[in-house]
Design a protein around this ligand. Structure first.
Ligand code: EPZ
Length: 421
């Protein structure tokens, strides 16, 4: 398993290209199952999660060709041969569950393994099931798999999500595009990845309104066509790299992202003393003083503070002047980076969903272990500002969601390299 060696090396300077959004692409790829015509995705990120989704779609009879070194994906599911999403794939990547809605809508059946728990929480699928049952699906749990069928096709319905789940919104919206009649989904998730998915579905001929709001209305159609769609920029990668100059000092321009993707994250950076400026090409970030100020952060559904940036923000606040309180309201166990940051001299007290961070002047490099995707990159950010060397092990977590971290940060003056094991 590879590790990453980071040596604190002072202020950064330069620009970082932001890739297409992993969490948009993982919903856009299953959309190919809704049509027997080709779907082309441009600006696709080159990540291991995309390879996992590719393997899943191919196991169903889909075809995925990677072009331009993986930045363009040509997908087609003209001849589906299976509706079985195997546990071996789903347990590795929860987003595999996003084939459930499209398979049901296209073929009238799907057998999708429950993902099982993961490092950050139990992550059930009850909201997905309730929504699809509202559309007329019959879903039964057997041997750890959801056996879903809709022999007479799905029917439009009104449905309110108990929680604005991103994945449940995506599965229900995709299924509703081919249902008979109108579906009105309320308390829908509003994340930019939902907006991007709807743009693509509309290009395929779907009739949908309200994306980005809590109420999405879908008029079912008989069939969807092929389309070409550009994947939206990755707001979590963007936010992650905006924190690099905030923690290490200097100035970095993130190319290809925009502030409207970031919700409450930008205000929090401003309150901490980080200046953020929209430019022609993206977003320019620098720290106003020698040290950021403590701020309290509560994660929430979009446009609240993104849970996927909580670990990275904690790394910054470990070096802030003052005490910050972070509330994690989306996942039940998303502070596993805290004990690793503590090994670097951070002072953090975790009680349930709340972490209190007492800022310290300087962190100290140490061997630390990545536990999940966003925790891994928060340790790298901490290493940028730490005195001495930090070795982050188990970086296979990192490769799920970040393309070429070493190259992107080295280009801005960071001392960072991958140690192949
Ligand atoms: C998406 O996961 C993202 N993944 C996650 O990003 C992100 O953290 C999450 O949304 C929240 O923004 C992808 O888009 C591939 P949810 P998803 O359904 O759809 C509970 C990353 O780091 N819940 O909004 O699985 C669930 O347990 C990943 O890139 C139910 O209780 O998130 C969790 O506590 C991590 N029942 C909360 O809702 C359900 O049926 C949020 O889940 C579904 C969810």
């Amino acid at each position: 398993m590879d590790s990453i060696l980071v040596t604190g090396n002072g202020p950064l300077s330069g620009s970082i290209p932001i890739a297409g959004a992993k969490n948009a692409c993982l919903a856009l790829m299953p959309a190919t199952l809704l049509s027997d015509e080709p779907l082309t995705l441009t600006n696709a990120p080159r990540l291991s999660d995309i390879k996992t989704m590719t393997a899943l779609l191919e196991s169903l009879g889909g075809e995925v060709s990677r072009m331009q070194d993986g930045k363009v994906l040509a997908l087609s599911s003209h001849d589906l041969t299976s509706s079985w999403a195997d546990y071996e794939i789903v347990r590795k990547m929860r987003a595999s569950n996003l084939v459930l809605g499209p398979l049901l809508a296209r073929t009238g059946q799907a057998q999708v393994s429950l993902p099982g728990g993961c490092a950050i929480g139990s992550r059930p699928m009850d909201l997905h099931v309730e929504g699809l049952e509202a559309l007329g699906a019959e879903i039964e749990l057997k041997d750890g798999y959801l056996h879903a069928k809709a022999p007479g096709g799905l029917k439009g319905a009104e449905f309110q999500l108990r929680f604005a789940s991103v994945g449940a919104t995506e599965n229900i919206v995709m299924a509703a595009t081919l249902a008979k009649g109108t579906t009105v989904l309320t308390n829908a998730a509003r994340e930019p990845e939902i907006v991007d998915l709807v743009k693509c579905l509309r290009a395929m001929g779907a009739q949908i309104e309200g994306e980005g709001t809590s109420r999405i209305e879908i008029q079912g159609v008989d069939r969807l066509n092929g389309a070409t769609h550009q994947v939206v920029a990755d707001r979590i990668e963007l936010g992650t790299y905006m924190l690099a100059p905030a923690i290490a000092g200097g100035e970095v321009e993130c190319i290809g992202g925009s502030l409207d993707l970031l919700g409450a994250f930008v205000e929090k950076l401003d309150a901490a003393g980080v200046s953020v400026e929209a430019t022609e090409r993206g977003v320019k970030v620098s720290r106003r003083g020698d040290r950021v100020q403590a701020v309290d952060v509560t994660t929430g559904v979009f446009p609240g503070f993104p849970t996927d940036l909580q670990a990275q923000m904690m790394a910054l606040l470990c070096t802030a002047e003052g005490t910050s309180v972070l509330e994690e309201t989306i996942f039940e166990n998303r502070f596993m980076h805290a004990p690793e940051l503590t090994r670097m001299g951070a002072r953090i007290e975790v009680h349930g969903g709340q972490a209190t961070v007492h800022g310290v002047e300087r962190l100290k490099g140490a061997p630390v272990m990545a536990t999940d995707l966003r925790a891994s990159v928060s340790l790298i950010l901490a290493g940028l500002a730490a005195e001495g060397e930090t070795v982050v092990s188990r970086v296979y977590h990192l490769d799920r969601g970040y393309e070429s971290v070493e190259q992107k940060l080295s280009a801005c003056g960071a001392k960072i390299e991958r140690i192949k094991e």
